[in-house]
Design a protein around this ligand. Sequence first.
Ligand code: SAH
Length: 459
Amino acid sequence: MEFKKNQLVEVEIDDMGNEGEGIGHADGYALFLKDAVAGDKVLARIIKIKKNYGFARVEKLLVPSPDRVEPRCPSARPCGGCTLQHLSYEKQLEYKFNKVKNCLERIGGIENAGSFMEPIYGMDEPYYYRNKAQFPVGRNKAGKLITGFYAGRTHSIIDCTHCSIQHPVNEEILKKVLDYMERNHVEPYDEKNHRGLVRHIMTRVGFVTGEIMVCLVVNGRKKELPNLSELVESLKEVEGMTSICVNSNRERTNRIMGSKVEEVYGPAYIYDYIGNVKYQIGPLSFFQVNPRQTKVLYEKALEYAGLCGDETVWDLYCGIGTISLFLAQKAKQVYGVEIVKEAIEDARLNARMNRMDNVKFFVGKAEEVLPREYEKNGVYADVIVVDPPRKGCDKALLDTMVKMGPERIVYVSCDPGTLARDLKVLGGEGYEVRKVAVVDQFGHTGHVETVALLKRKGQ
Ligand code: SAH
């Protein structure tokens, strides 16, 4: 049967895709549907036709899947954040576990992957888990000052100060900032004509320390914000408020933050801990957004690294050195490599603050620094840890890792597809996957974080 755009068809959803979308078949033709879950029967409107598959929208839910739940957020469907809030958390975990397993088997060519995968590490409380939020500010059609979230794939703001995955303190903060703006006639930024001042309200919360940062991202400078002391007095009423600052972003850009930060109250950073390691976090620092599950993830990486205290460890794609410092607690020497210079400055600062002098950081591409250090200086590793971005590891890096022949490789990954691809390469070079743990860092979204332990075959 030939399908046409806008046609209505009944489909039973029997699978879920990479982004958490439902997959159903009509006459053998695969349709991908946002907001549908396995087990649903829906009336679907076809919105895009491709040769072997198409995209459709849920026009009407005919029979809901038994795995559906009522989303906590009233704006869950239009909001561009969570994509899986309508699926029970238990089923979300099952979906993520299977996603990793399927990638390992189909892309990685690993047989019976389930036999060495640990049960998935889900969150005890899958709500209010994020420590960082960025709320756009604007006006709605009626001219009311609002803040909330962008609707999926757009820049239209949904008026919503309560988000079920953000820290609940944000609601109070947002109200105080909007009150201050109203009283002092501070205009929100309007990206259409590049006018107005306040673009975003950014917050960060230290889950262990309780310290809170509020950073206003403005199309201008701090001095253009009138009566800032009024805002400070109001925000100081929030328990834990230790840092208020302004970030200037005058560009016509989708990037939220600019590069300049001015202090308003307290220093322009907060502290937090993951395990025993203390980190200083500024408005521009990259820091994992789910600190509780990050601890689970890093502890798993540390366990897989199997350190006794004599080892030399390389931590590639190290960011601000979060994993490096975690490993440095148990290793003799850790080397971290990261491409972003500012991240390495944070990493060095954090190492000093934790009095760890057995860590050394390099700025550069992992696939250039490691081969160079190996060829020139003959560097050595007992354990290599990698935590690359979604595109996975560069082939030149994998080749050098194999040449160095560490006893263990710990691969931390945010994309099971490229993880499986890289494990296949390492598998062809004498390494074997021994253990895999999936950790849910991003409940209600399709994202999944995995740690894999590889050892040389026969060891
Ligand atoms: N391990 C860190 C960060 C992982 S995110 C943590 O847990 O916090 C991946 C990191 O890889 C980012 O910081 C990114 O800037 C860095 N990166 C991207 N491409 C890189 C490359 N070719 N070489 C080194 N680092 C790279």
